[in-house]
Design a protein around this ligand. Structure first.
Ligand SMILES: Cc1cc2nc3c(=O)[nH]c(=O)nc-3n(C[C@H](O)[C@H](O)[C@H](O)COP(=O)(O)O)c2cc1C
Length: 203
């Protein structure tokens, strides 16, 4: 079983969450995580002005996803930072290139799941995940979130991301906060949960 983790990350927060999702996928017997980035649409000059070039180096070893390879996925877990409460343009552009898969019905019945990152505690993580689900439904995917059996999402003793819609992190307005252990645990749980459900659907 190949579980694709397809993400975009400017400063590395979603990248760190993606690695934790992969760890969770690996916990399921017979499931292999496949990490992929979506193509960057910004020029290096712009990324430099955004202070993102160092973080981009950290992700340079992750192959860029092609639309066609999604056909072989048993499940796809998408990760995106928030842009004004929605997914990034990079992710939108990638999804808009999947029209051929839609026409072929190639993703129908595959598990789809979403995780996210935003600067602020209430900066739009949930709206980003929920609005992402709309595209997955158009593709006929079976949506899986983060059930309350991940008890870490009930915590109030510390600031933490994570919701029944999917794992997320709070990056801070300067990107100064990296995912906490509780948020990484949510990501591992989501990876494990998606892979387990994909396994059941495969029969
Ligand atoms: C154009 C733009 C719009 C953004 N909009 C939001 C927003 O609506 N809410 C929020 O909390 N953070 C917002 N952010 C902050 C990003 O979500 C944050 O940098 C990101 O989650 C960090 O993840 P990454 O390191 O994987 O890129 C925005 C950032 C940019 C550049």
């Amino acid at each position: 079983m190949r579980i694709y983790i397809v993400y975009y990350s400017t400063y590395g927060h979603v990248h760190k969450m993606a690695e934790a999702i992969a760890e969770g996928v690996k916990q399921v017997d017979g499931a292999e995580p496949v990490l992929r980035r979506v193509p960057e649409t910004l020029a290096d000059e712009v990324l430099g002005k955004m202070g993102a070039l160092e973080a981009q180096k950290m992700m340079a070893g992750v192959p860029v996803c092609t639309v066609d390879e999604l056909k072989e996925a048993d499940a796809i877990i998408f990760g995106t930072p928030t842009r004004f409460g929605n997914m990034t343009g990079q992710m939108r552009q990638f999804l808009d290139a999947t029209g051929k898969l839609w026409a072929e019905g190639a993703l129908i019945g595959k598990v789809g799941s979403v995780f996210a990152s935003a600067a602020n505690q209430h900066g739009g993580q949930e709206s980003t995940i929920l609005s992402f689900h709309v595209t997955l439904l158009h593709q006929g995917m079976v949506i899986v979130g983060l059930p309350y059996s991940f008890q870490g999402q009930l915590r109030i003793d510390e600031m933490s991301g994570g919701s029944p819609y999917g794992a997320f992190t709070i990056a801070g307005s300067k990107g100064e906060r990296m995912p906490s252990e509780n948020e990484l645990e949510a990501a591992r749980f989501q990876g494990n949960h998606v892979a387990s459900i994909a396994k059941k659907l495969r029969g």
